[in-house]
Design a protein around this ligand. Sequence first.
Ligand SMILES: CC(=O)SCCNC(=O)CCNC(=O)[C@H](O)C(C)(C)COP(=O)(O)OP(=O)(O)OC[C@H]1O[C@@H](n2cnc3c(N)ncnc32)[C@H](O)[C@@H]1OP(=O)(O)O
Ligand SMILES: CC(C)C(=O)C(=O)O
Length: 561
Amino acid sequence: MAEQNRFDHRKYPAFKPVGLTDRTWPDQVISEAPRWCSVDLRDGNQALIEPMSVNQKKQMFDLLVEVGFKEIEVGFPSASQPDFDFVRYLIEENRIPDDVTVQVLTQARPELIARTYEALKGVRRAIVHVYNSTSVVQREKVFKTDKAGIVDIAVRGAKEVKKHADLAPETEWVFQYSPESFTGTEVDFAAEVCSAVVNVWQPTKDKPCIINLPATVEMATPNVFADQIELFCRQVENREAIIISLHTHNDRGCGVAAAELGLMAGADRIEGTLLGNGERTGNMDIITMAMNMYSQGVDPKLDFSDMDKICTVSKACTQIEVHPRHPYAGDLVFTAFSGSHQDAIKKCLDLYQEGSFWEIAYLPIDPRDLGRTYQDVIRVNSQSGKGGVAYVLQSKFGFELPRWLQIEFSRVVQKEAETSGQEISPDRIWSLFQETYLSNPDEVVLDTFAFEKVGDRENFKAELHCFGQTLNIQGEGDGVVDAFVEAIKGSTDVDFEIMEYGEHALGQGADAEAVTYIQLKDGLQRYTGVAISRDIVSSSLNALLRAAGQLIQDARNRDAA
Ligand SMILES: CC(=O)SCCNC(=O)CCNC(=O)[C@H](O)C(C)(C)COP(=O)(O)OP(=O)(O)OC[C@H]1O[C@@H](n2cnc3c(N)ncnc32)[C@H](O)[C@@H]1OP(=O)(O)O
Ligand SMILES: CC(C)C(=O)C(=O)O
């Protein structure tokens, strides 16, 4: 018999279609936040190499409350002493805010359910979440029972949950049931099991129960999940007395998409974790889903405005780094390296007015909303262009380079980036700028100078030290710069014209310095001068002098050759 290929797709059966043809969910739009439930402290925790200590759980709980979660699954108290102790700590130390409800998970086994209620003793309000697997694979291979056997486990579990609740009427109990492995369960059977559980609990519209439909393993495209949800909602009994909750995982990388489409398909509530920590490829990332809503103008009813803190606490509790490209949270998600992106971002940001709609190319949301700054929006390497370099000089150092100088200087930066193969930091860009334009060659220095107005023209006189010679220069022109140009031309043997001229204040206020950018042209050759000075006249003259100095030197070299 031929050996089977190691990489052989024929090993995998295709997911069977759900068979819904009159679906309505594609026309729905998410216009309000669902009820959120964080399962960081349970599903997230059970997936960690080292489960959270009680101290780490406390830290995570406080963060979840701060972010605004009103329902928090705090553990599986019948599974381990730390989980039990943590629930006791929350209750005994009165750590649960009045508007927050804790939730705990248990298998549908009487001894585990009893221990769960022991952990919850004295709680003001709690969601008791009971589950058993319902999928074909689990039925046949794990539980080795038929559909009736699975319904029986669920119903007995539901009765047990109700029995304990009835014994502690001082607590406000909410019941939740999950047909675990829902995605691998026939929808009509999932509805049958859940209806059986609902019949035990007898919820009402005013006192509903929660049916949580998990994509325990994500098995198909998110539209198929949405079909499953829409069909389930039609088939389950007493729908109006049920909160439909979703709990998606990310095996195919579509956990968020599945939850979004599932919400459109009729769900009311979403379970997930911060940054998607959870079994295998993770749970649905609540930050991403909530921020997706936020970026569409929908209030997510969760506050992620201190994203750095969320990432720090999350890392401290899970020992998992945040990927730099993680949606909304990663260090690089608001950073553009590539030239055309930088150019577009800079142009949009230049036009952006506070209070108007956020319409910035390549930036779906304003980094400041998450406590990030514009500082790192644009970073420069060999993929960058003039817009990026100009953005750094403008945002970090206050220099608004004219377009011609952006083009010229970006070549200097590009050369350095290509040679080093590395990112060029803002400080390095600044030192390159200084080395290229602001270092002070003392071959041509203006000593004393004076202007005199003659009619509507300027007369300029100065002592110029030029390559070891002292020249008394004089010129007349329509303005100061013009007169200076004429003076240089008249006393040296060079001819040139001013091609570009720009100036602006550096900073604000009366004592702000001025910067001038000048480009001179001699034949085909162009010379750039930049100067900073306390007053605009000095900065103009010095910029001109810097450019002219290079031009004179070239002319001398040519003459000497
Ligand atoms: C998809 C999910 O995330 S579900 C949640 C999963 N989370 C966890 O399992 C974390 C915490 N769990 C644990 O620490 C342990 O599983 C415990 C302490 C709860 C129980 O441990 P154990 O008693 O060793 O049982 P274990 O979990 O291995 O389950 C084994 C038995 O329970 C049955 N069982 C499993 N799940 C359920 C359930 N939800 N309801 C009823 N019976 C169940 C199994 O069929 C098996 O039965 P068998 O012994 O007759 O073959
Ligand atoms: C217990 C259930 C909700 C679960 O965690 C899952 O199916 O992933």
